[in-house]
Design a protein around this ligand. Structure first.
Ligand code: GRG
Length: 298
């Protein structure tokens, strides 16, 4: 963590989370400096999309897990912010007319509506390349670790991750799909990035070999739960996003109905917690954060 780790550990849940969140907001702001030129629309859109108020679930988790594994220093903060930039890039593209055709994101007009489709595409590419640049230049890490981090991020974005998940979702989501197909797409769209996050935290913390697999299992269960949560929220009006975007699409909610999906979501969360407890004695920060994100609604 960037700030004094020992002092942070003494704080209660809410205060500790506030410190972590404030550090993330400040670092994101620093990583995307204002250009000072109002015609520099890509720079404006990068800040507009990435600094808009998201849950910051990915950087918070990365920092909490790294901290739990004993990491000290600034690498977790920079890595978490880089992952948040990747996530922001994926949202900009996901909202475009050729994909979800969304008008609202994080309570604001989507990037292509505000700045144009050309700027939206360039913004996503620029956010992605900024993210890789940040990971490749993190201080205080051995070059071999940095290379592995870049590889983890590349795999999470590409054909083994977000890109493949999105493609399957766009093209196969229009037809009926088996539960296995939906689960695989959800893994790729959401779980793989969580998997990269826990692996990154493990790598920079020099975690014990036997912690890696349970952390991966935790990430996959969390990914399934989170995609279910996201699908359940599709009908809600207070998410800062368009509602009803999944109408006509095959998701767990459309196949099994809300009640069954809520029960399944809780099962995935319980499994995630079991895996987490195999690694950490003290899980109250991570579980507290998960409870905040999920149980707020379901
Ligand atoms: C080039 C990075 C890149 C991606 C290309 C467009 C695409 C492929 C992938 C999109 C995949 C996608 C939209 C996954 C959904 C993930 C998800 C559940 C998003 C919502 O995340 P939250 O709720 O959002 O954490 P906030 O706004 O809180 O950050």
């Amino acid at each position: 963590m960037s700030t004094d780790s020992a002092a942070i550990l003494d704080l209660g849940f809410t205060e500790r989370l506030s410190v972590v969140r404030a550090a993330i907001e400040q670092r994101l702001d620093e990583l995307l400096p204002e250009s000072g030129n109002e015609r520099d629309l890509v720079a404006l859109a990068m800040r507009d999309s990435a600094l808009a108020p998201g849950k910051r679930m990915r950087p918070v988790l990365l920092m909490l897990i790294a901290q739990g594994l004993g990491h000290e220093g600034t690498a977790a903060l920079d890595l978490g912010c880089a992952v948040e930039l990747i996530h922001a890039a994926s949202l900009v593209l996901d909202d475009m007319p050729c994909m979800d055709n969304a008008s609202l994101r994080r309570g604001k007009p989507t990037v292509h509506l505000k700045f144009g489709e050309d700027v939206a595409i360039l913004t996503a590419v620029a956010l992605l390349s900024r993210a890789f640049g940040v990971i490749a230049s993190i201080a205080d890490l051995a070059p071999t670790i940095r290379t592995q981090l870049v590889e983890l991020a590349a795999n999470a974005v590409g054909m083994q991750g977000l890109v493949r998940g999105q493609f399957l979702d766009l093209r196969d989501g229009q037809h009926s799909r088996s539960a296995e197909d939906i689960a695989m797409t959800n893994d790729l769209k959401t779980g793989v990035l969580f998997g990269a996050i826990v692996d990154m935290a493990w790598l920079i913390s020099h975690g014990a070999e036997n912690a890696r697999a349970p952390l991966q299992n935790f990430a996959m269960e969390l990914g399934q739960a989170f995609q279910m949560y996201d699908d359940l929220c599709d009908g809600c009006s207070d998410t800062g996003k368009d509602s009803g975007k999944d109408l006509g699409k095959s998701t767990f909610v459309s196949v099994y109905g809300e009640e069954k999906v809520k029960a399944q979501l809780h099962l995935h969360l319980a499994n995630a917690e079991t895996h987490l407890r195999q690694v950490f004695n003290d899980v109250h920060m991570i579980e507290g954060f998960m409870a905040m994100v999920f149980k707020k609604r379901f």
